[in-house]
Write a protein that binds this ligand. Structure first.
Ligand code: NAD
Ligand code: LMR
Length: 331
């Protein structure tokens, strides 16, 4: 560990001993998220039964001798783990297994996020940024925000970057164009099978994507393939996506902190300000640009009838998740 001129950024990662945690922590420590000049202090939160495994990860992190790491600590108390946190990556929760829908996780995981919202409210830093990865991610972010009354709800976001990256990769494969040449793709709605991967504003090597693919492929293959990719990974891999999810969580936070590039945007699930007819407060995925540590929903995009129906269906699912967690007393 080295001494650094600038103050380290405190990053709390929950579920640190899990699959995603293991794929995420080493990359954050290497500087891949915040850049090669930003020192980081890593707080690892786990449940007591998994704290020892997280201590093992700390031993390995030490053994990497990452120059940017100024602190490494394991906690089983969220109030201690989030104390002073600038960035919170809420991964810890149960993943779904084969045959389960994400909605099955509402009651199993919802309780985790009310406690963590309170703990963030009690001690996180003023510039806190939160990404919720644990499923059902959008509604868990809503729960956490609703228990953190002193923190602007806009700081609570959920991960749809994995869906965004899956959508990029599938369009890249179909058109034979590198992902770097694909811009302005959007994931709308929930991180679930109702999500809507939208290429209607996307360009592929400067050409409108919709001119390069046919409508039937879009409706019957592309959209369902991207939306159900999580289940495909579970069935082929025998466990839920881990390294790709960790990469997406890192990219989500990297974009938020470091900004999106000119002429492009990314997808983030953020509390709606009413844009595009999404009821205010629902944590729904939108096209966003980021600059100076803030994000903005891309305004004034034309929404076709095809898109409208799909956005509405996913938003309806988010509304039903919100009602379900309200009934469980989690809001
Ligand atoms: P995992 O079971 O390997 O690890 C989860 C870890 O969380 C475990 O170590 C567990 O002890 C810990 N944990 C449970 N409750 C906790 C709590 N209250 N505080 C701190 N830690 C706690 O699971 P995983 O594969 O790492 O997946 C984690 C979550 O991420 C799952 O809910 C999964 O569905 C979700 N996920 C989301 C996306 C996305 O794109 N949003 C993608 C992949 C996975
Ligand atoms: C994914 O999209 O891979 C994760 O959300 C895991 C899941 O349950 O689908």
């Amino acid at each position: 560990m080295n001494a650094h001129a600038s103050a380290p950024v405190t990053i709390t990662v929950t579920g640190a001993a899990g699959q995603i945690g293991y794929a995420l922590l080493f990359r954050i420590a290497s500087g891949a998220m915040l850049g090669p000049d930003v020192p980081v202090k890593l707080n690892l939160l786990e449940i007591p039964q998994a704290a020892q495994a997280a201590e093992g990860t700390v031993l390995e992190l030490m053994d990497c001798a990452f120059p940017l790491v100024t602190g490494l600590e394991v906690f089983d108390d969220p109030f201690k783990a989030f104390d002073g946190a600038n960035i919170a990556m809420l991964v810890g929760s149960r993943p779904r297994g084969p045959g389960m829908e994400r909605a099955d996780l509402l009651s199993a995981n919802g309780g985790i996020f009310s406690v963590q919202g309170k703990a963030l409210n009690a001690g996180a830093a003023d510039d806190l940024k939160v990404v919720v990865v644990g499923n059902p991610a959008n509604t868990n972010a809503l729960i956490a925000a609703s228990h953190a009354k002193d923190i602007p709800a806009s700081r609570f976001t959920a991960l749809t970057r994995l869906d965004h990256d899956r959508a990029l990769a599938q369009l890249s494969a179909k058109t034979g164009t590198p992902v770097s040449e694909i811009k302005r793709l959007t994931i709308w709605g929930n991180h679930s099978a109702t999500q809507y991967p939208d290429i209607s504003h996307a360009t592929v090597a400067g050409r409108p994507a919709i001119e390069l693919v046919d409508q039937q492929w879009l409706a019957d293959e592309y959209i369902p393939r991207v939306a159900k990719r999580g289940a495909e990974i579970i069935s082929v891999r025998g466990g839920s996506s881990a390294a790709s999810a960790a990469n997406a969580a890192l990219e989500h936070m990297r974009s938020w902190v470091q900004g999106t590039s000119d002429g492009d945007w990314t997808s983030m699930a953020v509390p709606s300000d009413g844009s595009y007819g999404v009821p205010e407060g629902l944590v729904s995925s939108f096209p966003v640009t980021t600059a100076n540590g803030d994000y903005s929903i891309v305004p004034n995009l034309e929404i076709s009838e095809f898109s409208r129906a799909r956005i509405d269906a996913s938003v309806a699912e988010l509304e039903s998740e919100r009602s379900a967690v309200a009934e469980l007393g989690l809001l």
